[in-house]
Design a protein around this ligand. Sequence first.
Ligand code: ATP
Ligand code: MG
Ligand code: MG
Length: 548
Amino acid sequence: EEVKASNFIEEIVEEDLRTGRCQSVLTRFPPEPNGYLHIGHAKSIVLNFGIAQKYGGETNLRFDDTNPETEETEYVEAIKEDIRWLGFQWARERYASDYFEQLYEFAVKLIRKGLAYVDDSSSEEIARMKGTPTEPGIESPYRNRSVEENLRLFQEMREGKYRDGEKVLRAKIDMSSPNMHMRDPIMYRIKHARHHRTGDKWCIYPMYDFAHGQSDSIERITHSICTLEFVDHRPLYNWFIEKLEIFPSRQYEFARLNLTYTVMSKRKLLQLVQKGYVSGWDDPRMPTIRGLRRRGYTPESIQDFCERIGVQKRENIIDVSLLEFCIREHLNKIAQRVMVVLDPVKLVLTNYPGAQVEWLPTENNPEDPTAGTREVPFTRELWIEREDFMENPPKKYFRLAPGMSVRLKSAYIITCTGFEKNDQGEITTIYAEYIPQSRSGHDESAMKVKGTIHWVSATHAIPVEVRLYDRLFAVENPDEQPGEFTDYINPNSLQIVSRALAEPSLAKARPEDRFQFLRKGYFCVDPDSTADHLVFNRTVTLKDTWAK
Ligand code: ATP
Ligand code: MG
Ligand code: MG
């Protein structure tokens, strides 16, 4: 089968393989272990692993762990679990911190070449001397230290002779470059902080720009794919590789994924958790992989989404309804159909024998011929949805009302004969007669009805909790509103139905099992469930009902 590039990065890869710039493809996914992965990371994962799979290459998982204060082992484990759950397996597990010694040697090499120097200026002074994009910067008074002095000072920085911020190591490039990143960027800073892997071994840590490209090169990464904000860093990425004379990895940039009705930065997601707007990183309303998983999203639907949106060169914002479309499509194919009544009202079939139970066959999934059937109990007293009955129906109402007939799914046609109300005017019981000749699959009644409604047997129903989720934000772009993004949280993003009534087959459901509740949407079992208290999360409604 012919492999065809489906985006501009794959075109570059094909060209590189064709011209022999590289013999095989090696990509990497480089998360910083300072938070949980979100759907934006999934896009990068699908892209990096997808390219390697497509062109017979490999992908490394590299933890970009050069900021000791914010990084934790807990996040490392969670990230690995999420990538595996998404369906990808890395060839090698690597850590930027594995390369600290090598990176130190690289820095010494640049000092020896006269291309790096120790600067005693404070961070404010360095920032001031950097200048502005339209004005050249000012050279530091420490810029022309001798190689010997720089070697000694850098060694002393490593040995812990100086306090945080007292000195930095900078690359000696060009203080009047129009590219601010080339104005003697900082390579190392002093941080007396404990690192989650190297402990107290180091008190100097490399900056992103002096760790990322070098780590790529050490691993012989052929295509280092990152997001657009790094375009301006590319000349520096190439400068370090050229001056160090190391393996020439190359950086390519694509547009990061932005989604409507949510925020994606780890900092903002952390705020949502810390301020209690959500129950945790895995709250089903969060755009994290854990949140989506708990919500009922499948790995396949997330991959499908990432492939459909493709890879762009310009910033854009994707409509979250596309993500919802992808999960709906997948669940339609795989989810078992069941009957659950969310807002129950009693229905009594006055001509049905009181002690009788019929177990009626019903399809598990009409979209899947191999899914088979199961039997649901049918009895004289049933629960149906309150909204499926109207005392005074308008025209074209095809559900239940006095004198009207509907079919009970997989069971009988019934005709409503009456109802009862309480003092508050609330309907308490609906009465109907069933038509014995109308049993589904054996219908000899010759009656035509337009509506079919779901139901559960009152003697067999199990009470369950159902959590109905909506979008976490009430506006399309909470990042671009005046004030705090948290001012735009949708106050109705979670509605709890504490006593829905489910058909008895659901007693066997286990966390992460996915279902279509007929006529109601797709739901999955939440891990909060216990043997006698099942909790379901609504993954998505059956149709896109969001009012625009
Ligand atoms: P955040 O801004 O949310 O903290 P980050 O870019 O700092 O994200 P990293 O852990 O450094 O998070 O990201 C790992 C990889 O995932 C990087 O290559 C990064 O470019 C990519 N990535 C992060 N967010 C997105 C996104 N929204 N769309 C596409 N790729 C992303
Ligand atoms: Mg980052
Ligand atoms: Mg970040």
